[in-house]
Design a protein around this ligand. Structure first.
Ligand code: FAD
Length: 451
């Protein structure tokens, strides 16, 4: 392998300049190239997410002085062609651990190898890469708290040095280029998504600093309050890799107190879910633990009808409706409310978690496969170290506790106290009792068959 030739950065879920080991490696020599593959199967999202991705890439290209090619196609073809065009012997990229990410990087590695080139993987989207935190006997942790303790003990690297971007190459126009200018312009400044979710890396880092300087201390007490808006809102930037969790942890690490520790623990959940999906790729669709019999779930038209009422925020349960409308209007929802709406769909309405997860995939700007699927499984009681199925959130008492002045509900459901607001779609007490009875019956049946 000729180490004097230029290299290529294959940008994936690491769409940032700072703290980016793959970019640092690729730019060690002059004339480095950068390419992002806009893949139909992977980026066939809602217009909302495609629009946001386009803005993220647009600002990244700008930060790289125009030296980013964004091309449609499958990863193996696009990366190989870009490597040939850049005369790159080596392509650098961050390693992915999700089932689709692994397949993708294997196909790119094979295509490059067949052409006498190499794919080198460095770093990951996580503080500690999936598969690294293991018990003494080398097996995975199944329970979160010991995982988090071992995760802290394992530790993470310091942020990477700055990449030298001065001599990156610019690209010739290519038929497969995505028209970023046109796509990024789709959202205008009156679109709440544009103003709510920052897509410029420098401003994201500023927002992180502001959060650490002023809000993190109250995080441990206020994070469950959707009315106080006291969380970091970093999830969108983390999902696209505009900030690395290691950069965040480098900011929180020196701080004392419960706020920073509880906040770090949330980042440990992020790594835990990625670890679970890495060990159990089937968890992207299948429940890791079954909770009800297959025919207990609502199906057909009945299921479609209640699903649409839930999706549109018209269930007659103000906290559920507020959350679903916040999601619809902004592409983001507060974590406590995500838990309540998910529990309501699965346990009050008996709709399988996969259907809710699919809707979140289209609606969330911070959609992250591992986080979404495993959080749904957590709420549904089907995942690793999940909330037990018999724990059913009460949407009324949750609202009383976490939105005591009803400010959150009134903001998203302005008609809540008028006759225009629908009556509850179910009686929660009855729905809860029915669901628990189904659960008990399914458990007994499973125990019966395993005896
Ligand atoms: C049903 C359901 C679906 C979800 N889907 C997603 C998703 O697709 N993408 C996503 O990033 N998060 C998801 N979450 C987790 C969580 O709701 C969001 O990460 C959080 O609300 C983002 O807001 P924030 O950045 O202000 O969080 P903060 O409270 O400021 O937390 C900081 C960071 O910690 C991580 N984090 C916090 N809570 C969790 C959690 N429960 N699981 C994993 N990581 C966490 C996130 O990266 C977050 O940005 C889901 C939760 C539920 C209950």
């Amino acid at each position: 392998m000729d180490e004097t030739r230029p290299a290529l950065w294959w940008a994936r879920r690491d769409l940032r300049i700072s703290d980016n080991p793959a970019l640092v490696e690729a730019t060690r020599r002059a004339d480095a190239g950068a390419v992002f593959v806009w893949t139909r199967g992977i980026h066939l999202w809602s217009g909302r997410r495609s629009g946001h991705l386009a803005r993220v890439l647009w600002q990244l290209r700008d930060a790289l002085g125009g030296a980013l090619a964004v091309r449609r196609g499958d990863a193996a073809t696009v990366v190989l062609e870009a490597a040939q065009e850049a005369d790159a012997a080596v392509v650098w990229a961050a390693r992915e651990y999700s089932p689709s990410g692994i397949t993708e990087q294997e196909s790119v590695a094979a295509a490059l190898k067949a052409d006498g080139r190499a794919l080198k993987l460095i770093g990951s989207p996580y503080a500690v890469a999936p598969g690294r935190v293991t018990k003494a006997d080398g097996t995975e942790y199944k329970v979160f708290t010991p995982f988090r303790n071992a995760w802290r003990e394992h530790g993470w690297r310091a942020p990477a040095a700055a990449a030298d971007l001065r001599q990156m190459r610019s690209w010739q126009r290519h038929d497969a280029d995505v028209d970023l200018d046109q796509m990024a312009a789709h959202g205008d400044s009156s679109d709440p998504l544009v103003t709510l979710h920052e897509f410029r890396e420098d401003r994201i880092l500023e927002a992180l600093e502001d959060f650490v300087a002023s809000d993190i201390d109250r995080y441990s007490t206020d994070r469950d309050r959707p009315d106080l808006d006291s969380t970091s809102h970093l999830s969108v930037a983390l999902a696209y890799g505009q900030v690395h969790p290691r950069t965040v942890l480098a900011e929180t690490g020196p701080l004392q107190g419960d706020g920073p520790r509880v906040f770090e623990s949330e980042l440990a959940w992020r790594d835990f879910h990625a670890d679970v999906l890495f060990h159990h790729p089937q968890a992207r669709r299948d429940s890791l633990t079954p909770v009800l019999a297959d025919d207990d779930w609502l199906t057909g038209r009945e299921s479609d009808a209640v699903f649409m009422v839930w999706r549109d925020g018209l269930t007659g349960f103000p906290l559920v409706d507020a959350g679903m409308r916040q999601l619809q209007q902004t592409g983001w929802m507060h974590n406590r409310v995500r838990m309540v709406v998910a529990s309501f769909l699965v346990k009050d309405l008996l709709v399988p978690w996969q259907r809710g997860a699919d809707y979140f995939r289209r609606a969330l700007l911070d959609y992250d496969h591992a986080q979404n699927q495993l959080n749904w499984q957590w709420v549904a009681g089907t995942g690793r170290d999940a909330s037990p199925f018999f724990r059913i959130f009460n949407p009324v008492t949750q609202a009383d506790k976490f939105d005591p002045q009803r400010r959150y509900v009134q903001r998203w459901v302005p008609e809540v106290d008028t006759p225009a607001y629908p009556s509850p779609i179910v009686d929660h007490k009855t729905a809860r009792a029915d669901t628990l009875a189904l659960h008990q019956a399914a458990r007994s049946a499973r125990q019966g068959t395993s005896n």
